[in-house]
Design a protein around this ligand. Structure first.
Ligand code: GDG
Length: 449
């Protein structure tokens, strides 16, 4: 079995409970004597070679970034240009030529560090938008290995990608990967459309796109969760960690990194609309929003935090009663087991991003439900998960009326309909769970010429 090398921006280190990607990849890494490479910390002068970190079932190795690289590669080109473009927010991009230079330079260095330890039959799997040029850089160094790529976030439309000064270059970078995995069919369509419109690619028969001397190999591999493990966490959750003092109100939960793509202000406005239109629901619903901080050093994230806090305060100020707080807003991370128990307790899971590659919270909420009395998932049509989770109550998150009426519908939904929807959703997330995702991608990569 060829050795698997995974490259991602962050390396899972320490004893923290395993994240989704680790669960997905551990088996293949362990079985193949594999290696995971990722960034570690900030250093004045990055080490000239990868640093090894023993202690896992597979090898782990890291590289450091300088302060300037963190600024230009991570905060700059990756998160102030690529992230907003991929989430339909070209209005937020901050184009700075030196950030692109730094992004290229970090990718070139990671390629060089990888090439130093690379064997000819290793299989490489690169994760996410931090490493778009990595295959190009590895090819320049002579690597002829199978190199796969998976994009966790949406692939932009041609109109959005065209706002990049180097749109054609980005598409050419991608063509150097052996196989490109995207979350949904919509993303595959966008990538093909971008390549046709923004490069001099040629279409050949069977829908194959040729770019220079290479063929673009792209397909959808929707990522999933470890359903059984999450269900178990939910069943075993400590009852003391649940919300007490609901005084008869049904719990509605939202869990999202505090990112502008997640649509928190729109969600809060929709909840305000519900309370405005449905006085009979006052004190009958309590909304818990958990929103751990992320990328807090960036202005766009400080703005979304301020807007969200302002709205929560306004809605509570307007509608709260002595024994009822409409919105509980928590701006910090909650332990995973506690989260699973809260999902189980919640009558409604509210997942309303404006754009999202997949959205695992939607799948976790479904996995946590008691099949004999399940809650209702309200899901944005713009989450990648909407393609598979047709049995959710799907809404347009920009429409506060539609969203608020969906909440009212969910609260009234009879048991039989809740069960039918839950059975269909559970089937969908079980069919494409996280192990299916990694196995299917790696098989396809091995079989791509
Ligand atoms: C990217 C794409 C794609 C959240 N808050 C807490 C917490 N979480 C966990 C959730 C879930 C994960 O973090 C978030 O995953 P999502 O999929 O919802 O979103 P992103 O972080 O934006 O992930 C996304 C994903 O990559 C995978 O491809 O689905 O579209 O944007 O597992 O439960 N976990 C704990 N405490 C929290 O407070 N313990």
């Amino acid at each position: 079995m060829p050795r698997l090398i995974v490259i991602s921006n962050r390396l899972p280190l320490g004893d923290a409970p395993s994240g989704g990607l680790v669960v997905a990849l551990e088996e293949a890494l362990t079985a193949s004597g594999g290696l995971w490479i990722g960034s570690y910390g900030i250093a004045k002068a990055p080490a000239p070679a990868l640093t090894k970190h023993p202690g896992a079932n597979f090898e782990r190795a890291t590289f450091d970034l300088t302060e300037a690289e963190h600024e230009g590669y991570y905060l700059g080109y990756a998160n102030s240009v690529l992230w907003p473009i991929c989430h339909g927010r070209a209005d937020l991009i901050e184009i700075q030529p030196d950030h692109l230079d730094t992004y290229r330079a970090v990718n070139a260095r990671v390629a060089r560090l990888t090439a130093e330890i690379l064997e000819p039959d290793d299989i490489i799997w690169v994760q996410d938008y931090h490493f778009l040029p990595l295959a190009t850089e590895l090819r320049k160094l002579g690597a002829r290995n199978h190199i796969g790529f998976f994009l966790h976030i949406p692939f932009p439309s041609p109109q959005d990608l065209a706002t990049l000064p180097n749109a054609a270059e980005v598409l050419n970078w991608l063509a150097d990967f052996t196989l490109i995995g995207l979350q949904t069919n919509r993303d595959v369509f966008n990538l093909r459309d971008c390549t046709r419109q923004l490069t001099d690619a040629e279409d050949v028969e069977d829908g194959l796109i040729h770019l220079g001397h290479r063929t673009l190999n792209v397909a959808a591999f929707p990522i999933g969760i470890d359903v059984a493990a999450f269900t178990k966490d939910a069943r075993n959750a400590d009852p003391d960690d649940r919300i007490r003092f609901l005084t008869g109100a049904a719990l509605m939960i939202g869990v999202d990194r505090l990112d502008y793509s997640k649509g928190l202000p729109q969600r809060f406005r929709a909840f305000g609309q519900l309370l405005e239109d449905h006085e009979e629901l006052h004190e009958k619903i309590a909304f818990l929003q958990i929103a751990p901080p992320t990328r807090g050093e960036m202005q766009a994230y400080q703005d979304i935090r301020e807007e969200t806090e302002h709205l929560a305060g306004r809605i509570n100020g307007r509608f709260a009663a002595l024994n009822w707080t409409p919105i509980r807003y928590i701006h910090r991370a909650i332990p995973r087991e506690v989260l699973a128990g809260l999902f189980a307790q919640a009558r409604i899971g509210l997942v309303t991003p404006l754009a999202d590659g997949m959205n695992l919270v939607a799948k976790e909420y479904v996995a946590a439900q008691d099949p004999s009395d399940p809650g209702v998932l309200i899901l944005s049509r713009f989450a990648g998960a909407a393609e598979e989770m047709e049995a959710a109550l799907q809404i347009n998150p920009h429409d506060a009326y539609e969203t608020s009426e969906a909440i009212a519908t969910a609260l009234k939904m009879p048991l039989e309909e809740r069960q039918q929807r839950h059975t269909a959703l559970l089937e969908a997330i079980t069919k494409h769970d996280v192990k299916w995702w990694s196995r299917t991608f790696l098989e396809a990569l091995a079989n791509t010429a």
